[in-house]
Design a protein around this ligand. Structure first.
Ligand code: 13P
Length: 248
């Protein structure tokens, strides 16, 4: 199975998100390909309804760990599960770096997803400074250890790890490129690290300035089961281009 996870971030407003969802009603998903879009939270329930009879799944960009309680502004993993979401991004670098999400919070969110039958896509990656100062591997290993050490996974629990080098994530579509060979090196390390915590073959995803023009170069890496485009997933044209390219 190959995956396209489209993280719409906060690029689109409510109406734009719904228009894009309606454009996706026509998209043909080839066999062996799974497509999940992650709209802005307020649009998720409506888009979940719009796409419920299609092959396009809808997921959460972020979840809160506690199912209920005194947590102003939080939307629980359980709440997303209740409206039909089966996937969630957890620990995205924008959550970690802009909103101060810690490794411990990421772990709680991963566990909350599992409790709610949601497949977490655990995002890891190093900053530019960490890469320059030779700390990239340390950072990624620590993120994985915190998320996976001692984690209990039922046989049918889906879980993914997305490697997103923070420095390669675009701002509005313009970003520094992580060469596929560099991504491949870190993905090998991730695979080896995950083997310490789980005997499961956890699918690995690459994200960071992925677009129709370069997607194939990442998918050509043996270790890559899918891609996590941000900006390039916010137009029906480029998203469907990627869906069509993924099998050819
Ligand atoms: P871009 O594809 O815009 O670089 O975003 C990547 C990303 O952060 C997806 O989660």
């Amino acid at each position: 199975m190959k995956y396209i996870f489209g993280n719409w971030k906060a690029y689109l407003d409510y109406d734009q998100s719904n228009i894009l969802a309606h454009q996706l009603l026509d998209i043909q998903i080839p066999e062996g390909v799974a497509v999940v879009v992650f709209p802005t939270t307020l649009a998720v329930p409506e888009i979940e309804k719009t796409l419920q009879d299609t092959e396009v799944h809808v997921g959460a960009q972020n979840v809160h760990w506690a199912p209920s309680g005194a947590y102003t502004g939080a939307s629980a993993a359980a709440l997303f599960a209740q409206i039909g979401c089966a996937y969630a991004l957890v620990g995205h670098s924008e959550r970690r770096h802009i909103f101060g999400e810690t490794d411990d919070a990421v772990r709680k969110k991963v566990e909350a997803c599992i409790e709610s039958n949601i497949a977490p896509i655990v995002c890891v990656g190093e900053t530019k400074d960490e890469r320059i100062s030779g700390k990239a591997e340390y950072r990624v290993k620590k993120q994985l250890m915190k998320a996976f050490d001692g984690l209990e996974l039922a046989d049918d629990q889906q879980i993914f790890v997305a490697y997103e080098p923070v420095w390669a994530i675009s701002k509005g579509g313009v970003g520094e490129v992580c060469l596929p060979e560099d991504a491949g090196e870190m993905l090998s390390l991730i695979k080896a690290e995950l083997a310490k915590y789980s005997d499961r073959d956890i699918p690995l995803i690459y994200g960071g300035s992925v677009k129709p023009e370069n997607m194939a170069s990442y998918l050509a890496l043996d270790l890559v089961s899918g891609v996590l485009p941000g900006h390039a997933s916010t137009s029906a044209q480029s998203l469907s281009k990627m869906v069509n390219l993924i099998v050819s």
